[in-house]
Design a protein around this ligand. Structure first.
Ligand code: ADP
Length: 572
């Protein structure tokens, strides 16, 4: 639209609204100033001059009786050209007719009021240019006749600021609408929350599907969950206390919660496994969302968080299918493997004794290789079955009272036979150490770590196992140190993941599956313990195990270390 047309339209609006305004004015005349007597004209002129506003005194016929110098400056007319002119001379053409009507109405009901309150009024300079004005009118009885004193203020700057503010608000609303549009197109649930009780600031469409209900803006999370009978669980099916919700942890602790597994159960019993990422945000980042429909729930002082929830139902189903497949294959391999191993062992034994025909040495070596390969395959299938058991939460520990010192000695003795290039040592000051553990699983962890220590030290060297008490005899601390190839620093953080292998072990052609450390970590954590390592590439690694002796043990049945006791060191 052209500027002229816009102004024309604006004028028409002003006219309409102005009439409505005139009609709504109260009929009762307001008190007005009365000036009378000798010298009053001179006094009035002096008064007009001291005002910072442009003042226009209009007589009852609508003619300009006087103006002050601010009016001259504002409108660009010398006083002499204005005095005696109709007041409309100071208005743009399109306002004149409407103004005449107003003036007549005003004469019948004069009182102090802003002119065209709430409307966009314009003044017109001598050169024809227009500028926005604010005009307030006051009736004035001068020597017995009604005059009107108009105070005119140029509001160009104010109007510009208002326009800028309006434009900024519109731009912010457009950005918010775009953000909402983008979020609504995402398949994952995304929402922003603020405050200790996680009041909703903004959510996308996927959030409604995921929660099964619409979370109203401004409602605290717990109120929303309670109102819709929605419950959150951990992966073991235990109800999550609110303090453990990823959303609330991000808000309360200001930390980023990454890939937290939660299960959402709707009122109708439908359960959805989700992965939650909750990122703590600087509160001022949400300030831009305030314009959105007047979101009154945003404060720049309260903690805020961005939460992304991914429904992993289909991933879990695919994972379950894969686990079922692994289980089936590993299970089916067990019987033929057992036969292979059994016959290889039998043949070896018979050929060594005097029961059958003696075998040539190459035949004996082939049988020994067969036996070894069967052992390796056996371990692999058992590891695969354990992984599936762990994934399904079906790996149960059978705790019993075991002597940890003996268990370690036994495993080292077994492993020591597998390599003549490695020297396995065990040092401890304890003669025995009773603990409530699953013997088979602890042996499995130790065998895994010792196998690795040997396997990843291809040049041989010492493998030192040490056992000591920690945490005032509540825990056993086992370390296994090798002088092998070590683990590159950059890859250390991922090493306990499933099927993860360090690059140097592969470049050196050392075979493996990347399952052993994953199983070790799970088994140790089922015992309530921890596993970690220190390693320098090229110099070797030390793996540490911290195992609680038992949940109830206060004084374990041990030979406590004495300051003088020397480490009992044995080479096996
Ligand atoms: P695997 O040995 O069958 O590959 P693990 O899960 O036991 O699987 O180990 C994962 C990876 O960790 C190995 O592939 C290897 O890269 C690295 N690793 C484990 N133990 C050691 C060690 N003692 N020294 C060097 N690297 C090791």
């Amino acid at each position: 639209m052209k500027k002229d047309d816009q102004m024309q339209e604006q004028g028409a609006d002003d006219e309409r609204e102005g009439r409505a305004l005139a009609q709504s004015l109260p009929a009762k005349p307001a008190p007005h100033v009365s000036l009378q007597g000798e010298g009053s004209w001179a006094n009035l002129l002096t008064l007009l001059e001291v005002s910072p506003d442009a003042l226009v005194l209009v007589d009852s016929a609508g003619r300009i009786a006087s103006v002050n110098s601010q009016t001259e400056a504002l409108f660009g007319y010398p006083r002499s050209e204005l005095e005696g002119e109709a007041l409309e001379a100071l208005l743009p053409e399109r306002f004149r007719a409407a103004h005449l009507l107003h003036r007549e109405q005003y004469a019948t009901s004069p009182r102090t009021r802003p002119m065209g309150a709430g409307l966009a009024l314009y003044g017109r300079r001598k050169d024809g240019s227009e500028f926005p004005v604010d005009i307030s009118l006051s009736p004035l009885l001068f020597d017995g006749t009604l005059h009107v004193l108009g105070a005119v203020r140029d509001i160009t700057v104010r109007r510009r600021l208002e326009e800028r503010e309006h434009a900024a608000r519109e731009a912010a609303e457009a950005r918010l609408a775009l953000l909402q549009l983008v979020l609504d197109e995402l398949p994952t649930c995304v929402y922003f929350v603020q405050g200790e009780e996680a009041r909703l600031v903004l959510a996308n469409r996927a959030a409604v599907t995921l929660w099964g209900s619409e979370w109203p803006t401004g409602q605290p999370m717990q109120d929303f969950l309670t109102a819709h009978h929605i419950h959150l669980f951990d992966t073991n099916g235990q109800a999550l206390p609110p303090a453990a919700f990823a959303t609330l942890r991000a808000l309360h602790e200001g930390q980023t919660v990454f890939q937290h597994q939660e299960i959402i159960r709707h009122a109708d019993g439908i359960s959805l496994p989700v992965l939650v990422n909750a990122v703590a945000l600087a509160p001022h980042l949400l300030a831009g969302l305030e314009t959105g429909g007047g979101n009154r729930h945003i404060s720049s002082a309260e903690p805020a968080a961005l939460v992304v929830l991914q429904d992993v139902t289909s991933l879990k189903e695919a994972e379950q299918l894969k686990d079922q497949f692994i289980w089936l294959v590993a299970h089916e391999l067990r019987n033929p493997l057992a036969a292979l191993k059994g016959f290889a062992t039998m043949l070896l034994r018979h050929s060594q004794g005097d029961k059958g025909t003696a075998l040539a040495s190459w035949q004996q070596e082939a049988l020994a290789e067969l036996d070894l390969a069967a052992n390796r395959l056996n371990r692999l299938t058992e590891d695969l079955l354990d992984v599936v058991r762990l994934q399904a939460g079906r790996l149960m520990l059978h705790r019993e009272s075991i002597d940890l010192v003996n268990t370690i000695r036994h495993v080292i003795a077994q492993m020591g036979q597998s390599s003549d290039r490695h020297q396995l040592t065990f040092s401890t000051s304890l003669s025995h150490l009773q603990a409530q553990m699953d013997r088979g699983r602890i042996e499995q962890v130790l065998v895994n770590l010792l196998t690795n220590a040997i396997k990843y030290s291809p040049d041989g060297g010492s493998v030192e196992v040490a056992l000591q008490l920690a945490s005032e005899w509540q825990e056993a601390l086992i370390s296994i140190r090798d002088q092998g190839i070590g683990i590159p620093q950059a890859e250390q953080a991922q090493l306990f993941g499933r099927f993860v292998r360090a690059s140097n072990s592969q470049t050196q052609g050392i075979s493996g599956t990347g399952l052993g450390l994953y199983l070790c970590r799970e088994l140790v954590s089922q015992h309530g313990g921890d596993i970690w390592f220190e390693s320098t590439e090229g110099s070797g690694s030390t793996f540490f195990l911290r195992l609680p002796l038992s949940q109830s043990t206060t004084a374990p049945s041990v030979s406590p270390p004495t300051p003088s006791s020397e480490g009992d060191q044995s080479t096996l």
